[in-house]
Ligand binder design. Structure first.
Ligand code: CU
Length: 95
């Protein structure tokens, strides 16, 4: 009986560690982008984001005007992602 309890406790501790390290490393953010009209527009934003160090995934939708970015927060900040998007000629909508 005691053994079962300690195994459960260990599993819980492991799960907590996994969740914590996942939160500390990969973040997902949705950034509103103005001025995109077609697939080429979203493709250039996607390309610029993916070329940025720390960006793991970029999903840009010109119809919704959104860029959903998965990034490593130890390597890049959301502010930097906004700058990258602004440098493409499209504008990040201010919150
Ligand atoms: Cu376009």
């Amino acid at each position: 009986m005691k053994k079962v309890v300690s195994t459960c406790a260990m599993v819980l501790v492991l799960m907590a560690f996994t969740a914590m390290s996942a939160l500390a490393v990969t973040k997902t953010t949705t950034i509103q982008v103005k001025g995109m009209h077609c697939k080429n527009c979203s493709a250039s934003v996607t390309k610029a984001l993916k070329a940025t160090d720390g960006v793991q995934k970029a999903d840009v939708d010109f119809e919704k005007g959104t860029a959903i970015v998965e990034y490593d927060d130890a390597k890049v900040t959301e502010q930097k992602l906004r700058e990258v998007i602004n440098s493409t000629g499209f504008k990040v909508a201010e919150e």
